[in-house]
Write a protein of this length. Structure first.
Lengths: 213, 228
């Protein structure tokens, strides 16, 4: 599963020998992952192959049972790295009783947002203009996803960990995710994107990491 | 305040939780109505003798407030755990314990404070004399944050389990015994015109201790709940 290193670009994130056990059963690994600045890595695998678990381990929500993780060559220190890795999970972390704008303002307050974009602009970019003040629970699943994507835009993080970002999105939404990922990688960020199999909507030919159950 | 700074994060979270509580203000009213009804049942059960009611008033109000608070504890971390906001909170570049402290503060403001406001009404309904009533409010102001902090640790510990409401009650109520003893003790002392500051001071000492320790314990417990 080792992935060949491209020495021409700086390594942003690296994991060596990463593995995770659930009740003594290996979920994935040992796994070597390297993410360069400006790179998109597609994590493929069937249901239950540990894609989500891998992202949650890298994000720091789960404890790895072994292996080391490096951020820009230095051992990953959770206290310092927090906010540099951003996770978009199945549960989007949006409050149903608040509007998308209010949700984004909370995220901006917690993480600190980029100077060049306001919450309202981020919502415009993801196509939620006109829905800024609707409670999130009244939005469709795809619109909720878009609101969560706006958070990625608003916050400044180096590594995006996107768990099934294409789920629930229409054709236009898929194009939107592609555009966001492209812009992120063009500005020197990296992304890990999971997908459960046959179809990937990513433009070009991303590097692939195959997990097997 | 720079966005992303500690004060901005605290303000954002406090604002969010208070706003959420306000959007669901019906939920805030429920424990208050519950307390009102429970306290009203006592004169029916014990009879309308003012002397008898005055002697049990402080205890009745304290236990009623405690039980009403118990009703609302489930909403402290569970919604955040279910919709993924707790994960986002953990991944934010802020100390988790402090953020959880803000959540506990918002929860106290939205559940305990309304109860403290109606407590004097309940107490006068039970013929508690005026000066003791003031001590009761003071005791509640110190005792309810203590209960919120104690409860938050247990809510965090039981966050991963299903139908944890009853379990929470069984775990929390024994821990509340000292709080109830000291708070009721202060009010009884005031009723007998004795010095009442010592029990309140003891509650204050416990509150100072838990203010520091409870958010740390919550953070550790919730990290485990997410990990599981």
């Amino acid at each position: 599963m080792a992935i060949r290193m491209d020495t021409s670009r700086a390594t942003l994130f690296e994991a060596r020998g990463l593995h995770f056990l659930r009740q003594d059963e290996p979920v994935f690994g040992p796994l070597d992952v390297r993410l360069h600045a400006g790179e998109v890595l597609l994590v493929e695998g069937d249901n239950g192959s540990g894609k989500t678990t891998l992202l949650r381990v890298i994000a720091g929500l789960l404890h790895a049972d072994g292996g080391t993780m490096l951020l820009q060559g230095k051992p990953l220190d959770r206290d310092q790295a927090q906010g540099r890795l951003l996770l978009l999970a199945h549960q989007l972390g949006l409050k149903g009783d608040l509007s998308p704008l209010e949700n984004l303002r909370v995220a901006a307050g917690l993480y600190g947002h980029r100077a060049d974009i306001s919450p309202r602009e981020a919502l415009h970019i993801v196509g939620l203009q006109g829905y800024e003040h609707e409670p999130v629970r009244q939005l469709s699943a795809g619109q909720k996803k878009r609101a969560a994507l706006a958070r990625l835009l608003l916050l400044s993080a180096d590594v995006w960990l996107l768990d099934e970002p294409f789920a629930n999105l229409d054709r236009e939404g898929i194009a939107l995710v592609n555009r966001l990922i492209e812009e992120h990688s063009a500005s020197g960020g990296a992304a890990m994107v999971t997908s459960h199999g046959a179809v990937t909507f990513l433009h070009g030919e991303p590097r692939r990491l195959r997990l097997s159950a | 305040m720079r966005p992303g700074s500690l004060s901005a994060a605290c303000a954002a979270l406090l604002r969010r939780d208070l706003l959420l509580a306000w959007r669901r203000r019906g939920d805030i009213a429920l424990p208050v109505l519950y307390a009102l009804i429970v306290a009203t049942l006592f004169p029916f059960a014990l009879g309308p003798d003012p002397a008898l009611l005055a002697s049990v008033a402080s205890g009745v109000v304290l236990v009623t407030v405690l039980l009403s608070m118990l009703l609302a504890f489930d909403a402290l971390f569970r919604p955040d755990l279910e919709d993924g906001s707790l994960e986002q909170l953990m991944l934010a570049p802020q100390p988790l314990a402090l953020m959880l402290g803000m959540k506990i503060l918002a929860h106290w403001l939205s559940t305990a404070l309304p109860l403290i406001i109606i407590a004097p009404v309940l107490a006068s309904m039970l013929h508690l004399p005026g000066h003791a009533n003031a001590v009761l409010v003071l005791a509640l102001l110190v005792a309810t944050p203590l209960l919120s902090l104690l409860g938050s640790v247990l809510v965090a510990l039981t966050a991963g389990t299903r139908r944890s409401g009853m379990l929470l009650a069984l775990m929390l109520l024994p821990l509340c015994v000292p709080v109830v003893i000291f708070a009721a003790g202060a009010v009884s002392a005031a009723q007998l015109s004795l010095p009442w500051i010592a029990p309140i001071a003891w509650l204050g000492a416990a509150l100072a201790l838990l203010l520091v320790l409870a958010p740390l314990a919550c953070a550790a417990a919730l990290r485990i709940a997410i990990d599981a």
